[in-house]
Ligand binder design. Sequence first.
Ligand SMILES: NC(=O)C1=CN([C@@H]2O[C@H](COP(=O)(O)OP(=O)(O)OC[C@H]3O[C@@H](n4cnc5c(N)ncnc54)[C@H](OP(=O)(O)O)[C@@H]3O)[C@@H](O)[C@H]2O)C=CC1
Ligand SMILES: N[C@@H](CC(=O)OP(=O)(O)O)C(=O)O
Length: 370
Amino acid sequence: MTRLPQNPIKVGVLGATGTVGQRFILLLSTHPFFKLHVLGASSRSAGLAYSKAVRWKQVSPIPECARDLIVKTCIAQEFAECSIVFSGLDADVAGDIEAEFRAADLAVFSNSKNFRRDPVVPLIVPLVNTSHLSIIPHQRSLNSLQKGFIVTNANCSTTGLVIPLAALEKAFGPIDTCLVTTMQAISGAGYPGVPSFDIFDNVVPHIGGEEEKMEWEVAKILGGIAEDGQSFDCRATSPLLVSASCNRVPVLEGHTECVSVRFARRPPPSVEQIQQAMRDFTCEAQEVGCPSAPKEVIFVHEEVDRPQPRLDRDFQKGAGVNVGRIRPCPVLDVKFVVLSNNVAIGAATSSIINAEYAVLTGVVASDPVA
Ligand SMILES: NC(=O)C1=CN([C@@H]2O[C@H](COP(=O)(O)OP(=O)(O)OC[C@H]3O[C@@H](n4cnc5c(N)ncnc54)[C@H](OP(=O)(O)O)[C@@H]3O)[C@@H](O)[C@H]2O)C=CC1
Ligand SMILES: N[C@@H](CC(=O)OP(=O)(O)O)C(=O)O
């Protein structure tokens, strides 16, 4: 277990008024060592007190530490005192703004898709591949930076998928084929998101760009880093084919995914071995003592009708994933159901654990100034 920083570390949030931004505010308001310092959003919100700018949609009230902060425009100068900047920006603007922040030598942890394919930007699901942070010195050197970088977290559906896949590969070796069908909550589309007329009493069998993202992100996350530490192998020598079908369903929070996989090794593991491997799975974020990491990465349900979004999405504050219905697949080897909280481990919680890990392993220096 690493020693926690003794002094608060000042952090900023870009897109602080949005669905993901509001989750950042809640989580950071009680964080043991991150301290909310600057909030940024669009020119519509800038200049207003946070409580006036935001359309607050959370069950808990706006935390006191954020209520009266004046929202800033998203320019790097406003965030110069922050050691870490979290981004929940609309993807239409995230690319330019995050690039400007990195160029100003700021450490950016982003939820947006813009930099996920960048060859020197790690795409990190904190319960799976925190080791990919080792590429940061190379990213800094390419951009002539001392402290700055961009780290992204994955698409929320990819996040729920790769955690059980990582547990299975750790125990039983490579998976070569994966079929996944998602049932995604409406909060995944931000606010106001999908019109009620479209989603009430309905299922929408299309989420723009989602299937493509799931199909390629898995390989970057579950792949390794080249020996020289300067690129990601994206499973070049051990391909993992993913076929995704994504659907929007009338659920507020929590993405459910039906997954079938085939292992490269024969014979495949039994259902009992798979249950045990999922229960036993641990990750480096737990080992280094990240305060927001879940106690259990994967909770395995035995009831035939679990997991369910309404019942299981808040387990461990949404930081772990729920798996159930593990059973043989007559086409591939095994199939199961995953439920992950799209706005927690699928978004803000992931960014925060990534940043905790970066601090605890020295990638981001702890700020000695309180
Ligand atoms: N919702 C989810 O489950 C997940 C979302 N993501 C990603 O996270 C990001 C945020 O998503 P979400 O919170 O749902 O989106 P929202 O639409 O709810 O929020 C978007 C935020 O971006 C700000 N913004 C919009 N335009 C500008 C601009 N020109 N300059 C500065 N800020 C701007 C908004 O500020 P204002 O209020 O002032 O308009 C708001 O704070 C997206 O990239 C999304 O794809 C990733 C994983 C899961
Ligand atoms: N598209 C996801 C959420 C999201 O914003 O994904 P991404 O971060 O990959 O753009 C959903 O609708 O549930």
